[in-house]
Design a protein around this ligand. Structure first.
Ligand SMILES: NC(=O)c1ccc[n+]([C@@H]2O[C@H](COP(=O)([O-])OP(=O)(O)OC[C@H]3O[C@@H](n4cnc5c(N)ncnc54)[C@H](O)[C@@H]3O)[C@@H](O)[C@H]2O)c1
Length: 376
């Protein structure tokens, strides 16, 4: 088992960068964090100082022969170009969701990576958590019977026009950022990991309240109009190749938040919890309604492991095995979300054109450190 840390740089020093920089530097020993960049240099300067790494430009990262991995945590409209440039420069790329805006862009990146012998993939990586790995073990063992139906529901309130302080519109209102993409990717990635590829989808999707105004006086955009360019109220249905069905309902227009995520099987129900977190337990509800909580000892407990997919990808590259958060999985999940919206526009089912195998689960068993699982 090869253990050779990989020099890694982060592009994009916005809201989510703290936890990535912290974990890539401290939590995962297989990544050696060396630098960060942002088109707003004050942001990269601040993070470079905080984490004791080099403030760099994108170009400096691309040109540095020692950097092998680029972690792209810019916003979705910037993902494709940053990832393409990094691959062209000979770097492996791990990108946040949604990794591209279109299936064609995902295919272009996969082909570019393949032609250069590089890895491209990305988030969501929360399905690597102990809870979801346990759910997979339970499904594959058959002890709760056959999965027949999945239920994914998330209601949230996104009103960034009221809170925005960035000099640009939050990605949730831009292409690739609406809730079916932003949050839907967690649910869809986990469902594909558990149930396998999706065959076809259908849905209804709306942009509610599309014309808004930045109303936070602290925002540099205060008083300017703000257009919502991505669906914010979506309900979709899924048919898996396995024959299981599912629904996914995502709204960011609700006054109050709620979420549920379950898989109904012939002999019991699996309650998966919030797939936007790295969970340590799941619940099983049996035929007579008895609830049992299964607490897993998988890895570290109760923390935010963002970047786990990067660590897994580095182990994969070093040991010549497939990475779990693959570009094929990202593309399949993106196509499902886009397909639900397309179905709404066309008034008919959307047949999936991409597929991906279920990522390999981790081997069961307790380890003191999450990373020991990633080597498997
Ligand atoms: N905010 C969250 O809670 C969260 C959680 C999980 C995942 N994510 C994902 O992480 C990504 C980033 O989210 P965020 O909330 O940090 O967004 P953000 O807007 O706060 O940060 C994005 C940063 O990327 C920079 N950037 C844009 N284009 C660039 C380019 N070409 N080169 C260099 N830098 C560039 C911006 O200046 C900005 O600082 C998104 O894809 C999002 O879906 C966000």
């Amino acid at each position: 088992m090869a253990f050779k840390p990989m020099k890694t740089a982060v592009i994009g020093c916005g809201m989510i960068s703290d936890i990535y920089l912290k974990n890539l530097k401290e939590t995962y020993k297989i990544t050696e964090l060396v630098g960060c960049s942002d088109i707003i240099p004050e942001r990269s300067a601040k993070q470079a100082e905080k984490y004791g790494i080099r403030q760099m430009t994108n170009e400096e990262i691309f040109a540095d022969p020692e950097i092998e991995m680029v972690v792209n945590i810019t916003y979705p409209t910037a993902h494709f170009e940053v990832s393409r440039r990094a691959l062209e420069a000979g770097k492996h790329v791990y990108c946040e969701k949604m990794t591209t805006l279109t299936v064609e862009e995902s295919t272009a990146l996969l082909e570019l990576a393949q032609s250069k012998g590089l890895f491209v993939g990305g988030a969501a990586d929360t399905f690597l958590c102990g809870a979801t790995q346990t759910a997979r073990m339970i499904i594959d063992s058959g002890i709760v019977g056959t999965p027949v139906m999945a239920n994914a529901l998330l209601a949230r309130s996104y009103h960034h026009e009221r809170f925005n302080t960035a000099p640009y519109k939050r990605f949730a209102f831009c292409p690739g950022g609406g809730i079916i993409f932003d949050m839907g990717s967690y649910y869809l990635s986990e469902l594909v990991f558990l149930l396998g590829p999706i065959k076809r989808v259908a849905g209804f999707s709306q942009i509610r309240n599309p014309h808004r105004t930045f109303v936070n006086p602290d925002s540099p955009l205060y008083g300017q109009p703000m257009e919502v360019e991505s669906y914010n109220n979506t309900t979709g249905v899924l048919e898996f190749e396995s024959g299981a069905l599912g629904n996914i309902t995502m709204t960011s227009e609700s006054a109050k938040g709620t979420d549920t995520f379950q898989i109904f099987c012939t002999d019991g129900t699996i309650d998966l919890g919030d797939p936007n977190t790295y969970r340590t337990s799941i619940k099983i509800i049996d035929k007579v309604g008895k609830v049992s909580e299964i607490v897993t000892n998988f890895g570290y407990k109760g923390d935010n492991f963002r970047g786990l997919g990067v660590a897994d990808a580095v182990y994969a590259i070093r040991n010549n095995r497939p990475a779990r958060c693959s570009g094929e999985l990202n593309r399949h999940v993106l196509e499902a979300a886009l397909g639900i919206c397309q179905s709404s526009e066309d008034g008919k089912y959307y047949e999936m054109t991409t597929r991906c195998e279920r990522p390999e689960p981790f081997k069961p068993g307790y380890t003191e450190r999450q990373e020991m699982q990633l080597e498997i």
